[in-house]
Design a protein around this ligand. Sequence first.
Ligand code: SF4
Length: 212
Amino acid sequence: MKAPFIGISRHRISIDGEGVTTLAAFHGCPLRCKYCLNAQCFDNEERFPSYSPEELYQKVGIDNLYFIATGGGVCFGGGEPLLRVDFIKAFRQLCGQDWKLTIETSLNVPAQHVEAIATIADDFIIDIKDTNPAIYHAYTGRNNALVMDNLSRLIQLKGTDHITIRIPLIPNYNTAADCDLSEQLIRQMGITHFDRFEYVIRETKPHLPECL
Ligand code: SF4
C-alpha cells in the first residue's frame, strides 16, 4: 500500500497541537476551496513521491526523540487524510502508542472513514469552514451536510476533549458574525476547543479544476 504525499514538514511546534510534530500531507482532496493553499493536491499525483506506511515510518522516525520528549508525533493532513484511513491504520500499527497521531481534516468524507479512524488517532483538528450551508457551498463547491453528520458521529465515538474546530474568517465569503454563529452552533454540540483566524488573501489565486 503506497500513498502520494505533497509534502513532509518537520519540527513544527505548537501548530498541530502540543509537542513537536511532523506534518505528512497526502495528495488529493474532495473539496475545491477558492483560496486553497495546497493546490498541488490537484496536480498529477505522479509528480509526487509515494511512500508505504513502513517507508514513511522510517522517514519520520528521525525525529523520534523529539516526539517522545515533547508528547508530539505525526499530523496527517493534505489534501484530505481521511481518504487514506487504511494507510493511517497501518502506520499506527508501526508506531504504536508512543507517538501522538493528529488528523487535520474537513470531515467531508464517507461516514465509515470517520468510524474507522476515530479510535486510531489521538487528536482531530477539523477545518469546518462555515456551518452555513450556502457559505460552505459557495466557498468549497460542496455541501456540508456530511460534515455536520460526521462531526456528531466523531463526538459520539471520541468525546469532545480531543477535537479542535478551526473557524476561518474568509474574505468575500463570510463575516465575523457568521463565524460567531458557527462557533455557537458547534458549542451546542459540546465542543470547547476552537481556533479562529482570518485568511490572508494574496493577489494571485491558483486555478482549480472543477469539483469531481
Ligand atoms: S480542504 Fe480546501 S484548502 Fe484544504 S486542500 Fe482541500 S481544497 Fe485545498
